[in-house]
Design a protein around this ligand. Structure first.
Ligand code: ADP
Ligand code: MG
Length: 247
């Protein structure tokens, strides 16, 4: 647990190298409980690497990452336990294809949190209702549209009762008409107070939801601020150029 006012995520002076390439260049970032942080930046700027470092899907080479008071790099930290508090949603939905929607949602809570089946199922049905697909509980992922699959993926992450949700371009693989239904779920989650770190190119979402927007380029955080600052008074020339290209 973190003490009052201590950030729930604290990233300090983190470096990550892939061979000769510096993917993260001395990155520091604090996220407060309940805060919504949106990360933007060109392709290859290190956004996914930073997000994946938070739950140690990438091992960083230098620096420290503290999540909910636990040093995720410490030898005595159990990353599997830390990951239970970190829900992650990827661009590709990554559902288990041979499990029904309901089973996709109940598996981890039953196995990892030892939740009894009836309780896990009843919570799963509540979550499916929340993401607007309660009628699909017993179908297989392949029967669903991309937007529906991504909503199941969000529900599955929520089924573990995470303290933090990490989103890596959750709408980038979707047909345009399905983007809104996924963003709506994310907006609802944000309004309920979830701590969220989202990599996205959806600037409408960023404007509506973000407490803070982070701009990355070449593995560095070049600028951060409120949506108002970002859209009305961006300072760094590379941010100005990036915004011109995407807006
Ligand atoms: P973004 O998500 O902003 O597009 P990434 O974090 O995926 O950027 O990648 C940052 C840089 O690190 C890119 O140059 C990318 O090619 C490189 N990179 C990412 N993952 C690997 C990997 N597993 N092996 C080698 N290089 C990688
Ligand atoms: Mg990426």
């Amino acid at each position: 647990m973190t003490a009052a006012n201590e950030p729930i995520i604290s990233i300090r002076n983190v470096w990550k190298f892939f061979g000769e390439l510096t993917a993260l260049h001395d990155v520091s970032l604090d996220v407060q409980a309940g805060e919504k942080v949106v990360i933007i930046g060109p392709s290859g700027s290190g956004k996914s690497t930073l997000l994946r470092s938070i739950n140690r899907l990438e091992n960083v080479d230098k620096g420290s990452i503290i999540v909910d008071g636990k040093d995720i790099r410490a030898e005595d930290s159990d990353i599997n336990v830390i990951r239970q508090d970190l829900g992650m949603v990827f661009q590709s939905f990554n559902l288990f294809p041979h499990k029904t929607v309901l089973q996709n949602l109940t598996m981890a809570p039953m196995r990892l949190r030892k939740v009894p089946r009836d309780e896990a199922e009843s919570r799963a049905l509540d979550l499916l209702k929340k993401v607007g697909i309660s009628d699909k509980a017993n179908v297989y992922p392949a029967m669903l549209s991309g937007g529906q699959q991504q909503r199941v993926a969000i529900a599955r992450a929520l089924a573990m009762n995470p303290k933090i949700m990490l989103f890596d371009e959750p709408t980038s693989a979707l047909d345009p008409e399905m983007i809104g239904e996924v963003l709506d779920v994310m907006v609802t989650l944000a309004k309920e107070g979830m701590t969220m770190v989202c990599v996205t190119h959806e600037m409408g979402f960023a404007r509506e939801v973000a407490d803070r927007i982070i701009f990355m380029d070449h593995g560095q955080i070049l600028e951060q601020g409120t949506p108002q600052h970002f859209f009305e008074a961006p300072e760094h020339p590379r941010l100005q150029k990036f915004l011109q290209q995407i807006l």
